[in-house]
Design a protein around this ligand. Structure first.
Ligand SMILES: [Ca+2]
Ligand SMILES: [Ca+2]
Length: 271
């Protein structure tokens, strides 16, 4: 705990508290105007997810609105589902709660971040995740997970979850819908390709990358405070040298020189 009355230390304490408050505020969900159930974090990966209701909204609108949202300082994007574990987390977290008016024709229809129209007509059948923030999620070749129509194949062992006989409509349907489904009493999820806009769609999943751990925030804050402290010490040392030049006949101080134990006074002065 900082207890010094030294003005430098007071500045550091104030700066630390201000930055810590900023970190706390950044960890809170954004307040963008849209109804949603809440933000849920997958502890296995640190990634967080939320469902945002948007009845009849298009995939394009969903993608744009996802990027306007934030959580813990991380910008949102339409969910990218690259593993069976991630798919299971969405099912466990949301499938049972997307009910009532969110269910149309027996399912809650939700946009996620995949399309085979990322390069217009030239990319038909080349399904990629296009909304993530890293390679393998952002539309590069590593993000391709499916090639072809319903009789196509997963690329490179990628996770897929197409409904039987999907994707089925060629260039007429280029965007991925995730929906919950019931087999007996078991809730699960499936993918289908649909048009860019449909009245059946009821919202979209937003994903956020992992928020830095509190210890990481502390290191960032303390690192900034230490840098400010050492800068102040260097400035004070150079000020002292300027005073010394008056009586020694030197003309100025080289501000670009560094102050350390191996740097002699002669390196700092233009004598
Ligand atoms: Ca298509
Ligand atoms: Ca389809």
């Amino acid at each position: 705990m900082f207890t010094s009355t030294n003005s430098t230390h007071k500045t550091l304490v104030f700066g630390f508290r201000s930055l810590a408050l900023c970190a706390l505020v950044a960890a809170l969900p954004s307040t963008a105007a849209a109804s949603h159930i809440g933000v849920f974090t997958n502890n296995a990966t640190g990634h967080s997810y939320e469902f945002v209701a948007d009845s009849g909204g298009s995939w394009t609108t969903a993608e744009a609105n996802a990027q306007l949202r934030s959580f813990g300082g991380q910008t949102g994007y339409l969910a990218v589902i690259t593993s069976a574990a991630e798919e299971a987390f969405l099912v466990q977290t949301f499938a049972g709660t997307l009910s009532g008016s969110l269910v149309v024709d027996g399912h809650a229809h939700v946009w996620v971040g995949a399309t085979d129209a990322w390069n217009g007509g030239a990319s038909e059948g080349d399904w990629r995740w296009v909304t993530g923030s890293i390679s393998g999620e952002n539309g590069d070749s590593a993000s391709q997970f499916w090639s072809g129509a319903a009789n196509g194949n997963a690329v490179g062992g990628a996770h897929t979850n197409w409904l039987t006989n999907e994707p089925n409509a060629g260039s007429a349907q280029d965007y991925m819908e995730w929906n919950n489904a019931l087999t007996g009493t078991t809730v699960h999820s499936i993918w289908v390709d649909v048009q860019v806009s449909s009245s059946a769609m009821q919202g979209y999943f937003v994903e956020y990358d992992a928020v830095p751990e509190p210890s990481t925030w502390a290191l960032i804050v303390l690192g900034g405070a230490f840098a400010a402290f050492t800068t102040r010490r260097r400035r004070n040392a150079l000020a002292s040298l300027r005073l010394a030049t008056v009586s020694s006949g030197c003309t100025s101080v080289n501000d670009n020189a560094s102050v350390n134990s191996s740097t002699k006074t002669a390196d700092l002065l233009n004598c």
